[in-house]
Write a protein that binds this ligand. Structure first.
Ligand SMILES: Cc1cc2nc3c(=O)[nH]c(=O)nc-3n(C[C@H](O)[C@H](O)[C@H](O)COP(=O)(O)OP(=O)(O)OC[C@H]3O[C@@H](n4cnc5c(N)ncnc54)[C@H](O)[C@@H]3O)c2cc1C
Length: 387
């Protein structure tokens, strides 16, 4: 299938596809059934250097941009896998590279590049404040050469398969700041150490095989040197990670979208009912064609968001719009794929139901479609703030 971007980054696509081919549908299906973690797959990606794609060469990485990182994630999903197991390292990386000190970069990047450390977790969401991020209640109070952290997070992913987490906490009470986005700070937390002294992890069983957790902080002490950038400016820094995340997830949805379209096109061409392939009916063709058009259009916005990000230009609108379009397109493709597989779409052995569940997540996380519409209404169209 010739698609937008099909011939871009061909070397990366070929290499990632070859690696993914060693992990066929059965592998991902079994991991899903067991609610396991695709350790061998992530290890293979790490050994091949893909998980260090964004790390500058001087620290042992490949020095690639977010654009290339999105291609890697797209190919994983397009091959039937789920980048949700490993995309954290891609979206966290630039937060550390762009805002971390020289010492922090030197401490962590070479060890992440070799695979000795994983930077797969980001702790932002909280149970009582949800999407209203500036109201988070987790606090980090400076005491001498330490910060003491108290509070709670929810839906924090890959904690069991990460060594490091980027954590957002309030360092100045909301009542004492001029703007609500001030007084927030980000920290790099050593997960293993934290689990021994003040951080409790409670897994949340969920609809997708997505390793995600509730976290409780009870006087967790971390070195003051783990603060990233300037105290109180963390909200600005975390947006570096969030915009990268939205762009990467857009690419993953695009990979999913092509996967669904590939599968359903093949199936409806071969499945004969009423003496002819079901794909001969326009009622079957049109939803598939429509979702293909939407995936292609979303793909253009994904490249634009990634281009702006790599050029260090404002990209909030494009990252949000890419994620919105791609998540919607992959969901439409998923619906068409499930529908035209008939009863077989519900059988685990076809993998459609698994990918259907996986792609559904992206209507809600990492940001819901409603919040994207609200962002565009307010920040792009200049409409009055609704909250
Ligand atoms: C599997 C999974 C993995 C995740 N991983 C992480 C992670 O690693 N790190 C992390 O920090 N977070 C993570 N999240 C959290 C995710 O980012 C949030 O669930 C998401 O941002 C929505 O927040 P919420 O669940 O608090 O929903 P809420 O804020 O409670 O909103 C619920 C719904 O209400 C609607 N809504 C809310 N406010 C408005 C409004 N003003 N206008 C219109 N509609 C509105 C939206 O439709 C929204 O979907 C994960 C979530 C899931 C499910």
């Amino acid at each position: 299938m010739q698609t937008i971007g099909y011939d871009r980054f061909q070397d990366i696509r070929d290499a990632v596809r070859a690696l993914c081919a060693e992990f066929p549908d059965e592998y991902h299906r079994k991991i899903d059934e067991q609610r396991g973690y695709p350790e061998e797959f992530v290890e293979a990606l790490t050994r091949a250097g893909w998980m260090a794609a964004l790390i500058p060469e001087e620290y042992g990485g490949s020095g690639l941009g977010l654009t290339e990182a999105t291609v890697i994630m797209e190919e994983i999903n397009r091959a039937g896998g789920n980048s949700g197991a490993c995309h954290g390292q891609m979206y966290n990386m630039n937060t550390l590279i762009r805002h971390g000190s020289a010492e922090q970069r030197q401490t962590y990047l070479p060890r992440i590049a070799t695979g000795e450390l994983r930077l797969q977790s980001m702790g932002v969401t909280e149970p009582t404040t949800g999407t209203d991020t500036t109201k988070i209640k987790t606090t980090a109070i400076r005491k001498g050469d330490r910060y003491v952290i108290n509070g709670q997070k929810v839906w924090i992913s890959r904690v069991q398969h990460s060594d490091l987490m980027i954590l957002l906490a309030r360092t100045t009470p909301l009542a004492e700041v001029k703007k609500k986005s001030e007084g927030l700070s980000i920290f790099i937390v050593d997960i293993r150490e934290a689990m021994k002294s003040g951080m409790t992890v409670r897994p949340i069983p969920n609809m997708v095989n997505h390793e995600t957790n509730e976290l409780f902080f009870d006087n967790l002490e971390i070195p003051a040197g783990n603060l990233i950038g300037e105290e109180g400016q963390g909200f600005k820094y975390i947006l570096t990670g969030l915009n990268a995340e939205r762009t990467l997830i857009a690419a993953e949805c695009i990979g999913d979208g092509y996967w669904f379209i590939d599968r359903v096109t093949k199936y409806v061409s071969e499945r004969n009912v009423f003496g002819r392939p079901i794909g001969q009916n326009q009622g079957v063709q049109f939803p598939i064609a429509e979702s293909f058009i939407e995936v292609e259009a979303a793909n253009l916005m994904r490249y634009e968001a990634a281009r702006l990000y790599d050029a260090h230009q404002p990209c909030g609108a494009q990252a949000n719009m890419a994620k919105y379009l791609a998540a919607k397109a992959s969901w439409e493709a998923a619906n068409a794929c499930l529908q035209f597989h008939g009863g077989f779409g519900f059988a685990c052995e076809y993998d459609v139901e698994r990918k259907f569940r996986e792609t559904r997540l992206y209507q809600v996380a990492p940001i819901s479609t409603n919040l994207i519409l609200s962002y565009v209404a307010e920040h792009v169209l200049g409409l009055p703030r609704s909250f």
